[in-house]
Design a protein around this ligand. Structure first.
Ligand code: ZN
Length: 263
């Protein structure tokens, strides 16, 4: 939060100085450019999956090993999560599931199955609300810790990985997240955008471009904020992507098994 205020203050000071020092038309242009640059910088810092400005993140694995990490958000879902687990098992692939606390509480047997089959279970807030991006540090902390408590009540180990909704790291998020000590924030290097209305072909086309050693791929087994409810395209794309991984000599690992490859 302090960083955000410092940058806004600096930008304001530079804008004011420009408006005083430069002649009329140039001063206005300089102020507009400074505002655009500041907004662009904040947008990058909050949205870009590899930006570490507000919070340290893992957005990819080391590229020197032939491994990729498939990740699934917003579940568990009683219809699609078991089918996704079936496809992963068929291909002997491991993955990471960033689950919602409220859904984990409804379907604990799916959380147990993920764990039993060698997948990593991380969390993705308790309720996946828009308020998470603008809420107080106490609200953000509660959303994160409530989800952890649910999963910790189901599994023998406490989840250590967290993915913020939409991957956004706002100043509000950073303030609350810092209170949850020891939690690693994970974003991605490529995503299927499969929470939107889409087709398997489009998901495969998007992900294939970034399917390289060290990639962290984001897909969805559940329905998030404003997302579509049909995960059939994801399921269909998953089989194709797992075959593609095999063709490219890439092994799909759970993030907790990636060890030193986690950057
Ligand atoms: Zn989500």
């Amino acid at each position: 939060m302090l960083k955000a205020f410092a940058i806004k203050g600096l930008a304001l000071a530079v804008a004011l100085a420009a408006s005083w020092l430069l002649p009329g038309g140039w001063a206005a242009l300089a102020v507009v450019l400074i505002v655009i640059a500041t907004v662009s910088f904040f947008t990058y810092a909050i949205v870009h999956p590899s930006s570490r400005f507000f919070a340290p993140v893992i957005s990819r694995l080391a590229a020197d090993k032939q491994i990729v990490a498939l990740t699934f958000d917003d579940g568990p879902d009683p219809v699609f999560t078991p089918r996704i687990l079936d496809v992963l098992a068929l291909h002997q692939a491991r993955a990471t599931f960033f689950v919602l606390g409220e859904r984990a509480a409804l379907y604990p047997e799916l959380i147990q199955r993920m764990h039993r089959e060698g997948h990593t279970v991380g969390t993705h807030t308790q309720h996946h609300t828009l308020r998470f991006h603008f809420g107080s540090p106490a609200y953000v902390q509660r959303e994160i810790e409530d989800a952890i408590a649910v999963v910790a009540g189901i599994l023998p180990t406490q989840p250590k990985l967290f993915r913020p909704p939409q991957g956004l790291r706002t100043p509000c998020f950073a303030s609350g997240w810092r209170r949850t000590r020891g939690l690693t924030c994970v974003t991605w290097s490529v995503r299927g955008l499969d929470s939107l209305q889409t087709t398997a072909g489009k998901i495969v086309a998007r992900v294939s471009k970034g399917l390289e050693p060290g990639a962290i791929v984001t897909l969805h087994d559940g329905t998030g904020l404003g997302g579509g409810t049909d995960r059939e395209p994801t399921l269909s794309a998953l089989g194709t992507l797992l075959s593609e991984c095999k063709t490219r000599g890439l092994r799909c690992v759970a993030l907790s098994d990636a060890g030193a490859a986690v950057l």
